[in-house]
Design a protein around this ligand. Structure first.
Ligand code: ATP
Ligand code: MG
Ligand code: MG
Length: 387
């Protein structure tokens, strides 16, 4: 409804029971991007109403949500005002005001996954420390505060050296690579300097990137989706191949690492575990997202239970659905507007578009959609991201 946090108080006051079906089920979601939009689509089939909080008036989830409250998920007053209306609150982005969520949790608000999980994940350095403590294999990492510690990290880990911002990172925007010691200072500068909170990771010589969506119920039961391969273009997930074309042994190892990583976190929901496969068959964890993920879009068409339906099932305490694939294979193209011609393409996702060769970014959206719809088994999802 595009309401302000204060005025959006009519039909969706706090309900006492979070259990779906006992009373009207309304889920509050921090963030209204494409993941929130797809969550709304799944919710509409399950008699669940979703209300999103997002600062953008024309955010992707806005039109499909029961109500869109316009406001910042980083602002404590706004989050508090918003969250108190719901019996269950979840996120579709991890960069939210977690201190407020912790406070609300102490007051009895039901947040899934738990605020402690969001706190760990939204700081990538803290995330690495947490997973290292739990014995999850990772690229070596260390905090850097100044040129001396950065040089020390380079001496220890070698080059290229991956320098990352601890917080507010997405689509690789908080990452910079120093190929040599001399490049450290310019890489640090592109990330805004040491004051922004940086750490470094040893370069992971991966042969493939893999990902596993893991669902965790309120009863702590865990189900893993099939391992997929993700191919990034300029740090953004571009193609997902499901299932990953890797030996069974690797699939099992990747699933074990993902299972163990998610077991170490608190709360219900789906989690995406991004992994590196190295030449010598090791699996290293890159990062975890506490929410549905681009690498799981294909589950809408290719799995018995989509990641979005699964997230809702998990946070509401419903039985988890079957995560296995009902199609033999699926491929997802994440097509984003990159230049003025392609602007109209922002957010087009095509499944199983093996016939769409070439550079689809240069075609007009409607042409691409038209072609996609002409291919048996292909589906198009429109993000509706403002240009
Ligand atoms: P996302 O949009 O997935 O949240 P992000 O901004 O958090 O991305 P990362 O996932 O840390 O960024 O890194 C983006 C990409 O950079 C990875 O998918 C991978 O291709 C590459 N990368 C990250 N860390 C390393 C590393 N230690 N060694 C080699 N490549 C890496
Ligand atoms: Mg990330
Ligand atoms: Mg990532």
């Amino acid at each position: 409804c595009g309401a302000s946090p204060e005025s959006c108080n009519t039909s969706h006051r706090k309900h006492d029971l979070p259990i779906h079906g006992v009373s009207e089920t309304i889920v509050g979601v921090l963030g209204g991007g494409q993941l929130g939009r797809m969550l709304c689509q799944a919710a509409s089939q399950m008699a669940i109403k979703v209300i999103v909080l997002d600062p953008m008036e024309n955010c992707p989830a806005g039109a499909l949500s029961h109500c869109h409250v316009v406001g910042s998920y980083d602002d404590s007053v706004t989050v508090e005002e918003f969250a108190k209306r719901f019996s269950v609150l979840t996120v579709e982005i991890e960069h939210v005001n977690v201190a407020t969520l912790e406070k609300l949790e102490q007051q009895g608000l039901d947040i899934q996954p738990k605020a402690s999980t969001i706190r760990i994940i939204q700081d990538k350095y803290l995330q690495k420390v947490h997973f290292a403590r739990h014995g999850i294999p990772l690229p070596k990492f260390m905090k850097i505060d100044d040129p001396e510690s950065a040089k020390k990290a380079g001496d220890l880990f070698g080059y290229p050296l991956m320098i990352k911002r601890k917080r507010l990172a997405y689509d690789g925007r908080g990452n910079a690579v120093a190929k040599t010691e001399e490049e450290i200072s310019s890489a640090v500068q592109t990330l805004g300097g040491y004051d922004h909170g940086l750490y470094v990771e040893q370069w992971a010589p991966f042969v493939k990137e893999l990902a596993v969506i893991v669902a965790r119920g309120r009863d702590k039961s865990i189900l893993c989706y099939p391992v997929v391969e993700t191919i990034h273009r300029e740090n953004i997930c571009h193609i997902v191949k499901a299932p990953a074309n890797v030996p069974l042994k690797i699939k099992k190892l990747a699933t074990d690492v993902a299972y163990k990583a998610v077991s170490s976190l608190e709360g219900a929901g789906v989690f995406a575990v991004e992994l590196f496969l190295t030449e010598d068959g090791q699996i290293l964890l890159n990062e975890v997202a506490p929410r549905p993920h681009n690498s799981g879009h294909h589950t809408i068409e290719s799995c018995f239970t989509s990641q979005y339906e699964q997230h809702l099932r998990a946070i509401l305490g419903l039985q988890l659905g079957d995560p296995s694939m009902k199609t033999q294979a699926a491929i997802m193209y994440n097509i984003l507007g990159e230049d003025e011609v392609a602007t109209n393409l922002t957010g087009l996702i095509c499944y199983r578009l093996s016939c769409l060769q070439g550079e689809p970014g240069f075609l007009l959206a409607h042409q691409l959609i038209g072609r996609a719809l002409g291919i048996s088994g292909a589906t198009v999802h429109w993000y509706d991201k403002p240009g």
